[in-house]
Ligand binder design. Structure first.
Ligand code: SF4
Length: 349
């Protein structure tokens, strides 16, 4: 990186004094699933036009952005999508990112369907841990929730291959939607209890604009915990670090832990240190943002590192996002929520 006056940019904090620590990078807007809460098939059909290749960040651009963000204080990188494993030669990018000394934690979120095929090469390239989405072990429920009628077999084989390849910890994410999969959560917990994998339940959120969200479809985290604890007693555990997304609970018998992501009923915006880089190179400062700051344009127009650092740190300093906190107030007062938000598959969950 050319000699730049880094000191003036180092460790920017936003309007709520939150530092910039995590960067989620969407490496593709495409996915092999059609989960109704993210990319409903009736909207994203066979003819849907996703971003043309020329508009998607190249590996070199992603790597340069990562260098810039890490020079500002970012240490954790999460690769997302869409489905990151469908981006060709993804291991090449993982190799480029894991070579950046400031990247202390490099992880990836996948639906796991292709994981068995790629697990070894991901590890060889430098990936150390992974998160797999698996909303249910009930075949019919799972087929409904991935919108493609895919069974659980490939994903379970993918998790086993990831474990064999040495990825650890392996986290399993399950979005909980009332009346859809909430009756299958205890089975999911029983399956992964004692496995060493960390199962996390995510309160159904109003991400994007297409998932028909309302509060009646939300199972509060406290109800998820009490449902599981009724059969598998749990006790609360302190967070690992500031800004940890999941609330931690461990099995009283010592057979591992689970987590709950409580964006709706217990917002955690207060220590949110996450930025997102969209597939087409926008800096997005909240999962529920309506838009982002274009970084790809200036980079492709020849902006220097200094100019890009100005843009990134300036955007972060101006950040005042706390949507989940505001959502609670909006719901209470009946104020309309933002009409148009960026779709989750363009910025990663
Ligand atoms: S709602 Fe936005 S600000 Fe709040 S925790 Fe989520 S991403 Fe962070």
């Amino acid at each position: 990186m050319a000699a730049t006056n880094l000191s003036q940019h180092l460790n920017p904090v936003d309007q709520y004094q939150r530092p910039l620590r995590d960067l989620r990078i969407s490496v593709t807007d495409r996915c092999n699933f059609r989960c109704p809460y993210c990319m409903p098939a009736e909207v994203y059909g066979e003819r849907y036009k996703f971003l043309p290749r020329a508009e998607i960040l190249t590996f070199e651009e992603i790597t340069r952005f990562t260098r810039l963000f890490t020079s500002l204080g970012v240490s954790k990188i999460r690769l997302t999508g869409g489905e990151p494993l469908i981006r060709a030669d993804l291991s090449q990018l993982i190799g480029m990112l894991s070579a950046i000394p400031e990247v202390e934690d490099l992880t990836l979120t996948t639906n796991g369907y292709l994981l068995e095929k790629f697990a070894d090469q991901l590890v060889d390239a430098g990936l150390r841990r992974i998160t797999v989405s698996l909303d249910s072990l009930d075949e019919d429920v799972y087929k409904e929730m991935n919108g493609r009628n895919f069974g659980t077999e490939n994903v379970l084989k993918g998790i086993a291959a990831a474990e064999k390849a040495g990825l650890s910890p392996i986290k399993i994410n399950a979005v909980v939607e009332k009346g859809v999969n909430d009756h299958t959560l205890v089975d999911l917990a029983k399956h992964f209890k004692g496995s060493g994998h960390i199962l996390r339940f995510i309160e159904f959120m109003d991400v994007g604009n297409l998932n028909g969200w309302n509060m009646d479809k939300v199972v509060p985290a406290k109800d998820i915990i009490s449902a599981i604890s009724a059969e598998l007693p749990l006790e609360p555990v302190d967070p690992n670090y500031l800004g940890e997304v999941a609330r931690r609970w461990r099995y009283a018998d010592g057979e591992g832990e689970i987590g709950v992501i409580t964006s709706v009923t217990e917002p955690f915006c207060g220590d949110c240190t996450r930025a997102r880089l969209s597939t087409d190179g926008k800096l997005v400062t909240c999962l529920f943002a309506e838009d982002g700051t274009d970084l790809r344009g200036p980079m492709r127009s020849g902006a220097s590192d200094e100019e890009l650092l100005d843009l990134i740190s300036g955007t972060w300093r101006g950040r005042d996002d706390q949507y989940s906190v505001e959502r609670t107030a909006m719901l209470k007062s009946g104020i309309e929520r933002p009409a148009k938000k960026i779709e989750m598959y363009q910025i990663g969950g």
